[in-house]
Design a binder for this molecule. Sequence first.
Ligand SMILES: [Zn+2]
Length: 360
Amino acid sequence: MAWHVRGVVLPDDEVRDLWFVGDRVTLEPVPDAITLTDRGFVLPGLVDAHCHLGIRPGGAPVQGLDEARALSAVDRGAGVLAIRDAGSPYPYPSLDDDPDVPRLARAGRHVAPPKRYLRDVGVEVPAEDVVAAVTQQAAAGNGWVKLVGDWIDREVGDLAPAWDTSVFAPAIAAAHAAGARVAVHTFAEESVAALVRAGVDSVEHGTGLSEEDIAEMARRGTVLVPTMINIDRFGEIAAQAEERFPGYARHMVALRDKFPAVVAAAHDAGVPIYVGSDAGGGIEHGMAAEEMLLLHEKAGLSTMDVLRAGSWGAREWLGFPGLVEGGLADCVVYDTDPRADLTALRTPRLIMLKGRVIAS
Ligand SMILES: [Zn+2]
């Protein structure tokens, strides 16, 4: 079975024809292909580059493959055809090849400090065991390791590095030696400064970034995944913590307030930015388009830059080629031009994943 799609294939501004055979794209006409659409705006699907399929709403680990699969279907229905799982307490390597599940770039479990991080989510290890844990989790994932760079330290009453920052460089080197890239959760200033200089591949959240850190990221090509939906909810975290940890609460609110300017500065400096909703736990799935709207409205990225950050650019970064000769057979078609108005992304008309039509 072969499919034919005709429309404006972004980022180019021309009407083009695409054919899909099995799980591949071709630009060469395929006789007898069935035409699915002859109008609209075509993307290789959206990408949620920070998502958790192994954490159920509320924060507990999912209890089986079907639950992770069901969460991924929510994202898929919203046009998300590639996901980077930024840490999963439930192992689901078999979903990598599941025809119903979006393309997966996965970390293993979060590598976190003892008794500080979210319950039951990470592997919690002291500083001396971080390198071994990273090597183990690199093998559990399929190309990524997730480190928790900082979290509240209740004895300090504020955010603090997960371990002594001298641990970061050997941990990142161990992941790289195992063939994995490293994504790091970080909200605070001291930890992110050390992590960027220790060679982390992607900064998740990154509320504590300084101008110097941003310049260093631009120089190194370090990625930022801002998760703006998550940062917008810092006020709720602060309100809950206010009584016992007033310094932490103030810090979180200050980080939230300056964050749009941080993201704008990173973008202006040339730091690659990708879209991540941080779905799982406290944030619902299917929100990638909303994250894209926030990057445009709050951080001032152009609609074209947002589309690159949440579609073809992110796919290239994760290793999932899009709508090019020999690319992977994923596409989403919209009725109106998302370059003119990103709210078009809320209503995909046609969704194809791995050469199969999901919705049309
Ligand atoms: Zn996350």
